[in-house]
Write a new protein. Structure first.
Lengths: 507, 213
């Protein structure tokens, strides 16, 4: 009501107004908008506030005038009614449904990647998860700001729409598209919500932003036409302004002139922001967000496998250029040549640096083997069992002092050219009360197969045999076939592994 | 009318309404951009980022070809906090033929169940993913081929895939330089992928239970 007569002024756009000089009317529009917030009214708002009472009593038909709630009913009922009316008035005075849809969109996008338990899982969610949580939280923030600061609704609405589209690329296809659609819907509703002047209510088709009078609202059309691909031709602008002067303006725009202009100009940022997100999604950028591993071993270590030979040549095992704190066994001479205790002291912090306990004089010759530098085997109990095992090109290398996270462990070391397990192959790992079971119909290792184990048992031609580091195999043949094989704490490496009917279950 | 009523009315602000042309002015171009983004995704030109947590879902594929693979056991948690032991597989880059991913979840308010199903890479171009992490409590394949494999390595020393979280010190891990699994079926609890291109992607939301396998 208050501004309607001035709106109908056929004010011709002057250059000064086009430059954004706020007239008295504009500042009162601003004051109208700021009434939704706690901000103090601008100059000129006093006059406006004084007129608020008739405007309030002249609300839409279904909105009762203030004071009608004081019906002669009970005091409690009256209070309830007032509360209900207050809630309804609150809901009507802001883009309520826009906020609801934005909250739904944000919650959906946020919940999908959210770790349901925060015990270290935050590392696992990756870039998409981080972006999902951020975008979801921002959408919810936009919704709350739309409600509690509706004067800036155009900015929050456009931001919400952009966020919803960005989510499409950034996180789970925008919550599997649902979140994006809700976000676009909510943002558009917020953008389209405008305070009603009851007198200007029936003004219908006058709300296209680019149909605004060029002088006062020229900026909006510049932004939107960039998005929509419309070039504002002079004829059209002339027609628009002619149409503008014919029909009355239907209420103030979302915000003041200068504010609205800058917001509209933000719309063409949309493709730019999309490009930005694409850059974020780029693996290089993504990797910078991902957690770094605690150590970075040089690639040499993987291939620096010492060759434990029986000839007394010094095993040239390369010292691992590893930066992590794992044990790195120093190269030891070939053990067969010298029975003297050459202590394979490992300088790594996780292993005991003392001489190895393999110096027990009970055995005449205790062969010692080395493992490749940097290798740390698992410390948890694990077992591999198979109906039968065929070991080809087999040699027994000795007992190796193998570092683990809980200290060095003595393990038998076998080298093979091929290792085939068949018949109910089961690898069972027990960790913290849980088991990881790998079951396969066949496991075929080939090429430079190494087996480290703390205990190897099986039937050789029906005779049960058990080998441990304290009772190592007296001799091995190049090819051996065991049945009912069980190997404890096995570590296996090979050039290739083929598994038939793999099944991994954890429970 | 008291002055307090007047000020509260002023604070509440004017009632408003939605101007539907204004709504269309932003909703239509936004939906058009959404469609273009989805089209580019489906064409394999635009990569997406994925991260799902706390909801059991199925993944199946005709074949998975990965460069850089490591796996170890860890514990995930369901939405209600139940700990679920899982095998965490990490793949540096993967090509996945005929990927299917399905979530069967209850509708809110007890309105039965629905299935969200994503398929991609069914044509000649496979799905490609980088920094793929899948926490599965069941995994199976008809054949699996690994090269340069280590089984039984300490999970905190795995180094086949860069820039991914590792297992706890002392736990059982395995890694290989590359991996091929045919007829892969997984029941997973969480997944994340840095980038995911999905040529020929389709998404369906249907009532009832229609999982991938």
């Amino acid at each position: 009501m208050p501004d309607a007569p001035q709106d109908r002024d056929p004010a011709e756009p002057g250059p000064a107004q086009a430059a954004g000089q706020p007239r008295d009317k504009d500042s009162s529009e601003l004051a109208d908008d700021y009434r939704g917030t706690e901000l103090p009214p601008l100059p000129g708002g006093d006059r406006d506030t004084a007129r608020a009472a008739p405007a309030g009593s002249g609300r839409t038909a279904d909105s009762p005038a203030p004071g009608s709630g004081r019906a002669p009913s009970g005091r409690a009922a009256s209070g309830l009614k007032r509360a209900w009316q207050g809630a309804r008035a609150w809901r009507r005075a802001r883009p309520f449904w826009a906020g609801i849809f934005l909250i739904l969109a944000g919650a959906e996008i946020l919940v999908i990647p959210l770790p349901k338990h925060f015990m270290g899982l935050i590392l696992h969610i990756g870039t998409g998860g981080v972006l999902g949580i951020l975008i979801g939280a921002l959408l919810i923030t936009c919704a709350l700001l739309l409600w509690f600061s509706p004067a800036q609704r155009v900015f929050y609405s456009v931001a919400a729409v952009l966020l919803a589209i960005i989510a499409l690329i950034a996180t789970n296809l925008g919550g599997f598209i649902i979140g994006t659609l809700f976000g676009v819907l909510g943002g558009s509703l917020g953008f389209a919500w405008t305070p009603v002047d009851p007198a200007a209510e029936p003004a219908g088709p006058r709300d296209w932003p680019w149909r605004r009078r060029p002088g006062r609202h020229a900026d909006p059309s510049a932004g939107l036409t960039l998005v929509l691909g419309r070039s504002p031709s002079p004829e059209r602008e002339a027609a628009d302004s002619a149409a503008d002067s014919r029909a009355p303006d239907d209420g103030p725009p979302a915000t003041g002139t200068s504010q609205g202009g800058s917001i509209y100009r933000g719309i063409p940022l949309l493709p730019l922001l999309l490009g930005l997100v694409a850059a974020v999604a780029h693996p290089a950028a993504a990797s910078s967000l991902a957690p770094r591993p605690s150590c970075s071993p040089a690639p040499v270590t993987a291939s620096a496998r010492p060759h434990p030979t029986r000839t007394p040549q010094p095993a040239a095992s390369a010292t691992p250029a590893s930066t992590c704190g794992t044990a790195s066994p120093s190269p030891t001479g070939s053990p067969t040549s010298s029975p003297s205790p050459s202590p394979s002291a490992s300088p790594g912090p996780t292993t005991s640096p003392g001489p190895t306990p393999s110096l027990s004089p009970t055995r005449k010759k205790r062969r010692k083997a080395t493992v490749s530098g940097g290798l740390v085997v698992a410390a948890v109990p694990s077992t591999i069992s198979a109906g039968s095992a065929t070991l080809t090109g087999l040699s027994y290398d000795g007992v190796a002092n193998v570092p683990t996270a809980s200290g060095a462990v003595q393990m038998l070391k076998f080298s093979m050219s091929g290792l085939s397990l068949s018949g109910n192959d089961d690898l069972t790992v027990t960790e913290g009360g849980h088991t990881l079971a790998v079951r396969a119909a066949s496991l075929d290792f080939s090429g430079n197969v190494t087996l480290l184990t703390t205990k190897f048992s099986g039937d050789l031609l029906g005779i049960p045999l058990t080998f441990t580091p304290s009772s190592p195999p007296p001799l091995v043949l190049p090819t051996m076939v065991f049945t009912n094989v069980v190997s404890e704490r096995p570590y296996t490496s090979a050039d290739a592994l083929q598994i038939g009917s793999l099944q991994i279950t954890s429970g | 009318m008291s002055s307090s009523d007047k000020s509260s009315a002023a604070r509440r602000g004017k009632p408003g309404r939605v101007r539907w042309r204004r709504f269309a002015a932003i909703a239509v171009p936004s939906l058009a951009v959404t469609g273009v983004v989805l089209g580019l995704t489906s064409g394999g030109a635009l990569a997406s980022s994925f991260s799902i947590s706390g909801q059991q879902f199925q993944v199946s594929a005709d074949s998975l070809n990965g460069t850089g693979f490591q796996q170890f056991a860890t514990v995930d948690h369901e939405a209600n906090g139940t700990p679920v032991p899982v095998a965490e597989s990490e793949i540096g880059t993967a090509k996945i033929a005929n990927l299917c991913q399905s979530v069967v979840a209850p509708f809110p308010l007890g309105l039965g169940t629905f299935t969200l199903r994503i398929t991609a890479g069914g044509g000649s171009t496979p799905v490609s993913a980088s920094s793929l992490i899948i926490d599965a409590n069941q995994l199976s394949g008809s054949t699996a081929i690994f090269h340069n494999i280590n089984i039984g390595q300490d999970a905190s020393t795995l180094n086949a895939v860069p820039n991914v979280p590792l297992g706890a010190a002392g736990t059982f891990g395995q890694q290989s330089s590359d991996i091929t699994i045919d007829n892969l079926h997984q029941t997973a609890l969480s997944t994340s992928a840095g980038t995911f291109t999905m040529p020929g992607f389709g998404l369906s939301l249907t009532a009832g239970s229609h999982p991938c396998f």
